[in-house]
Design a protein around this ligand. Sequence first.
Ligand code: DWN
Ligand code: ZN
Length: 418
Amino acid sequence: MTLSLAAPPCRAVDACLVCGSRDLAPLLDLGPQALANDLIAPDAAAVEPRYPLGIQLCQSCLLVQLTHVVAPALMFSSYLYVPSTSTTWLAHCEELADDVCARAALRSGSLVVEIGSNDGALLAAFQRRGLRVLGVEPATNIAAAANARGLPTLNRFFDEPTAELIRREYGPAAAVVATNVLAHVQAPVRVLCGVRLLLARDGLFVNESPSLCDLVEHNEFDTIYHEHVCYFSLHALRLLCALAGLRIIDAVPQAIHGGSLRLVAVRADHGWTPAPAVGPLLERERAAGVVTAAGLRAFAARAAALREALRTQVRTLRAGGQRLAAYGATAKGNTLLAYCGLSRDDVAYIVDRNPLKQGRLTPGTRIPIVAPDRLTADPPAVLLLLAWNLADEIRAQLAWFTAAGGRFLVPVPEPRLV
Ligand code: DWN
Ligand code: ZN
């Protein structure tokens, strides 16, 4: 999947990205939106481009996918998001590394390859356990930072040629891991074929992706943005894995990122026995309505109702003289702000502790992103929590803010003041 800037910036998806079917049912239209992580320099003159944002269901293979896809090079060649600003994420990496080591019976020196390794937080956890690690990361700035930390990282997109190169130069992988990456690709089966190529005969593939079931059950419509091309149910993942010669042997729900699914898969030619967890998860998906257009359109209606409720809540607070700011210059926050029509008049600033984001403006809405010390210098009455997935960690840090009478406005699953 090596793509260049010469690719068209945006194209409509009129045939399913996995099975090619044209039986695509539109579900939710979030309107034209700027790229969620394309944070703007304060002196930028040009207007940031907006691309149609919406999701549809392939009624043939059940994959929920974007209605329009943007060229990956526009979004991932340079990247400002690093997950390791969160201690929740760092703790998750430790647990995940332990789980993979135990499941794959990894020994000192076994090769672990991570796809979309970002700044190497998970690679570092494997390295601390005595494993040989290799990351693959398309963002040049982020890959350089990981290499500088002693975490070997190839600066490229992961595809079958990359898998062949790694196998040739480093040997087969005892484990391939991917967190929050499969949803970002336009040809997920090709990536999984690369995984199949790279795995040792008894190797393990461990993938974590946000779960469509959690998205629908908790009204997390804001996690829809151009970076997220696919929204996976276990139903769809089973087919994807089968098409790539992989077999799912376990699936374990995770709380991270608003609810994810940890999928464990092996080469289909290996005789592992599937764990019984898979059946109940498929049943939960059917009950949540994520495998039919009708069920998913009911979710779309709940997203529209949330928009109205949040706008009313913000209007009421402002009318009462309450000033708002926001916490977390998240990608999903930009979908939320744009879809709900919230502007700089509604949200004075957004706090984020990632220095790469500070000093920039949110795309589309142009709200200033500032360092956390602004909160003490210029506290608002209410903080809209755009990083609601990290609520516990953030609220613990900001105990002083609530002690002083400040309140959080948590937008999902429905807006509430806490
Ligand atoms: O898939 C993706 C997910 C996993 O991560 C990406 N496409 C982009 C990104 O999405 P996001 O921006 O919605 O992710 P987070 O992890 O919810 O972002 C949290 C933001 O909040 C970061 O910018 C860091 C910031 N933060 C902070 O300022 N203070 C976080 C914590 C915990 C804090 O204490
Ligand atoms: Zn399909």
